[in-house]
Design a protein around this ligand. Structure first.
Ligand code: NAD
Length: 457
């Protein structure tokens, strides 16, 4: 499989832009033609309502695929080096070349978006690709395995299924790039395996148990913000996919004097979003399996925080009720690891300075959410923290905003997975210069003249 992908790459067929475009279009058709089957697979694997799959997973993925199709010529065109009297005769330029055969490993929570977006970027860049979907979403993985060879050239994209054992075997093979999305602990295993072959890695993870997990995505509340809107957008983001989103708001930092008002706004927002009990309404995704349900239950059992609403768990049904916790202590169980479930801890702080200090004590998160209409409040939080992304007055949607890079920093990952930025991950910038016989540039006296460096004082 790996050997065949290498052979196909070496055959040069993926070098043609027309071929890449045709494959990208086929990938769009694959999603469009089988829309309902994918929505059904997400219902089986994640108990996720179709409307939710439509917005984030299906429309989001198709938009990315179409973007790659529309822009591949632009992204792949060579770039001239800036003009210089000394070097212009050599026509210096950068060619955008494919790296070769790449591996994309995906997690369970968005089992199509998180492998099809990088897949589109890898194809656009001219690579051959081995895909490893999450084994926790079996229906989706089987559907992907069935459909890909029907739509795409099987010589350039293959799928490998399985769990830890199979992935470990695959990781023994030499790849030209690996893009991994999942938890930080496994991210370290992937990087160690890649290091044996000096393979570059793009890592989309979350800070893991080996590090201080306050690097989870924080929300900072300005007491002067529009609390009703803030609470609604925050609850929406928290409950999306049953809280199993890498960008889920993980905890809320609110001034202690405004905690009561904010909790009331959160409760009102919850009942507005879910007027019918989400256990029965079919409007909220379930936990992916009993293991993850039990993990969240353990956190609830160990937590000392006050439950405002929710708290119920049905392990057999993989159901965790949307839960708001207040007066959460900094060393509470919910602050010890990524929650990945519909639980929202609210932590009272003195003010924005204490909120910033709290964030900076932990790992650099994948995102920070700020709820404020005050320019200096927003600037203060952004200028004094670090994170993969920042979103103001909303949650989750930064990943869908066209043209923005999406990726972490430090323990929340490195590299980018969407649009042109993802294309660049799978591209080698090959410098080319062609010295004509008449050129004497590097032998001329000008070439050896040291540049003038301005003295500032
Ligand atoms: P996971 O790390 O358990 O699994 C991801 C993939 O890695 C799967 O395909 C799995 O088969 C493989 N895998 C698991 N253990 C392995 C091992 N020991 N050796 C080799 N391969 C292994 O992640 P998950 O539970 O499927 O997904 C949830 C995690 O992913 C959460 O931590 C979430 O924050 C993270 N995530 C991060 C982003 C991001 O962009 N930063 C996006 C989505 C999900």
């Amino acid at each position: 499989m790996h050997g065949d992908l290498r052979t196909a790459f070496k055959s040069g067929k993926t070098r043609s832009l027309a071929f890449r475009k045709e494959q990208l279009l086929q990938l769009c058709y694959l999603l469009e033609d089988n829309h309902e089957r994918f929505a059904q697979a997400f219902r089986i694997d994640l108990g996720r309502p179709s409307e939710e799959s439509e917005l984030v997973e299906l429309t989001g993925t198709l938009t990315e695929l179409k973007d790659a199709y529309d822009n591949v010529e632009k992204w792949a065109s060579p770039e001239k080096a800036p003009f210089s009297w000394l070097w212009f005769a050599m026509s210096p330029r950068t060619r955008k070349e494919p790296k070769g055969t790449v591996l994309i490993i995906g997690p369970f929570n968005y089992p199509v978006y998180l492998i099809f977006c990088p897949l589109a970027a890898a194809i656009a860049a001219g690579n051959t690709v081995l895909l490893k979907p999450s084994e926790l979403c079996e229906a989706t993985a089987l559907l992907i395995t069935e459909l890909l060879p029907q739509y795409l050239d099987p010589e350039i994209v293959s799928v490998v299924n399985g769990g830890v054992h199979e992935t470990t075997k695959v990781l023994e093979l030499p790849f030209d790039h690996i893009l991994y999305t999942g938890n930080g602990h496994v991210g370290r295993i992937i990087c160690a395996a890649a290091a044996k072959h000096l393979t570059p890695v793009t890592l989309e993870v979350r800070p893991d148990l080996y590090t201080r997990d306050t690097g989870k995505t924080p929300c900072v509340i300005d007491p002067e913000c529009d609390m009703k809107t803030a609470a609604k957008r925050l609850m929406w983001g928290k409950l999306l996919n049953g809280g199993q989103v890498c960008l889920s708001p993980d905890y809320v930092l609110v001034p202690a004097t405004s905690q009561d008002a904010f909790i009331s706004a959160l409760k009102a927002a919850y009942y507005e979003l879910h007027p019918v009990n989400p256990r029965k309404s079919g409007l909220m995704a379930r936990m992916v399996n009993t293991r993850h349900t039990m993990r969240v239950k353990r956190l609830l059992d160990d937590s000392r925080a006050t439950i405002v609403i929710g708290g119920e768990v049905d392990i057999e049904a993989c159901y965790v009720a949307p839960t708001i916790l207040r007066d959460v202590a900094r060393d509470d169980a919910f602050m010890s690891e990524e929650i990945f479930g519909p639980i929202l801890p609210v932590i009272p702080v003195k003010d924005v300075d204490e909120a910033i200090a709290f964030i900076n004590e932990g790992d650099r998160p994948l995102s920070i959410y700020i709820f404020s209409s005050n320019a200096s409040f927003k600037a203060k939080v952004i200028d004094n923290t670090q994170s993969g992304t920042v979103l103001i007055n909303d949650t989750i949607t930064q990943i869908l905003v066209h043209g923005l890079p999406f990726g972490g920093i430090g323990p929340s990952g490195h590299g980018y997975t969407t649009g042109k930025y993802a294309f660049d991950q799978f591209t080698h910038l090959r410098a080319v210069a062609d010295s004509p016989n008449w050129s004497v540039s590097h032998l001329s006296p000008t070439a050896t003249r040291r540049p003038d460096v301005p003295r500032v004082n």
